[in-house]
Design a protein around this ligand. Structure first.
Ligand code: PAF
Length: 282
């Protein structure tokens, strides 16, 4: 079956008006360069909803580094082919002008949820994510929207956005999908060569070491050991490693500070920035 591809809001809205009736619409927002983890979100949506809308939009408002925006991988033809292979119903791929006809910037406040990690290291990033997601929700009006747990802090921000604005949409977090090496799937992995992909598997190994050695060292020591382990390979640098509570996203200093601790990291390999996280059983 063909994917219905729309780049204009009026066309998408007309399609949805004619087809949704009593049906549930599931939404999978992406920035393209699709991989298996995106397809697993589409499949989750198909399992729960009647119509699945995937979006591809490289949102300039959420990039705090211009080179990252310019270098972000793009391959629309291949993406459409992948969506067709899983029978996704609709692809919405708007232009920047279609998404942002006016230049007013809304400022959100997510409090402590964005004080650390990606919020601290990528100023303005989550505001840009919130702006685009609010706009997508207004255009598509999905009953359910699906986000990967690789971007765990983003998932928390989206849930906060929905609760702040009382939006009638259910947010579903889906488990991180990994390569056989453990490397979390990410569109940015496309920018790595084979040697770099092998090196980047250390990110997951490092997080696993924290989980395994949890009772053998303090949190501070485990964080230091993580950085040493990552940086024992000169290709890799640790931007941050944090152990935080899953619901407050505030750092903890001892395991007893949290019922649900999670390790979060950002690691740079050349100019490619990779993030990952892992729950640590208390
Ligand atoms: O996770 C992403 O790919 C993006 O942040 C999202 C949710 C599509 C918003 O642009």
């Amino acid at each position: 079956m063909n994917v219905h591809v729309f780049s204009e809001i009026t066309e998408l809205s007309a399609y949805l008006l004619a087809n949704r009736k009593d049906k549930m619409v599931g939404f999978v927002p992406t920035m393209g360069a699709l991989h298996q983890a995106h397809l697993s979100l589409v499949e989750q949506s198909q399992a729960q909803c009647d119509i699945t809308v995937c979006s591809i939009f490289v949102n300039p408002k959420q990039f705090n580094r211009r080179e990252d925006l310019i270098n972000y991988p793009k391959n629309l033809e291949k993406d459409i082919e992948m969506l067709r292979s899983v029978n996704c119903d609709v692809l919405f791929c708007p232009s920047v002008d279609e998404m942002y006809p006016d230049t007013n910037e809304k400022a959100f406040d997510f409090g402590q949820l964005t004080s650390l990690m990606e919020g601290e290291h990528r100023p303005g990033h989550f505001n840009g994510v919130a702006i685009v997601i609010e706009r997508f929700f207004a255009i598509i009006q999905p009953e359910v929207a699906f986000f990967g747990e690789k971007d765990f802090q983003q998932l928390a921000v989206i849930k906060a956005l929905v609760s702040q604005l009382n939006l009638p949409v259910q947010i579903v977090g889906c488990p991180t999908v990994r390569e056989a090496s453990g490397l979390a799937m990410s569109s940015r992995n496309e920018r790595l060569n084979e040697a770099e992909k092998i090196a980047a598997a250390a990110i997951y190994q490092g997080l696993m070491r924290i989980a395994e050695n949890k009772d053998k060292a303090s949190i501070a020591e485990l964080k230091t050991q993580f950085t040493e382990f990552i940086e024992s390979n000169p290709m890799l640098t640790t931007e941050y490693i944090e152990i935080a509570d899953e619901s407050t996203l505030q750092a903890i200093n001892t395991w007893s500070d949290s019922q649900a601790p999670r390790a979060f990291t950002a690691v740079n390999i050349r100019d490619v920035r990779l993030i990952d996280n892992l729950p640590i059983n208390p």
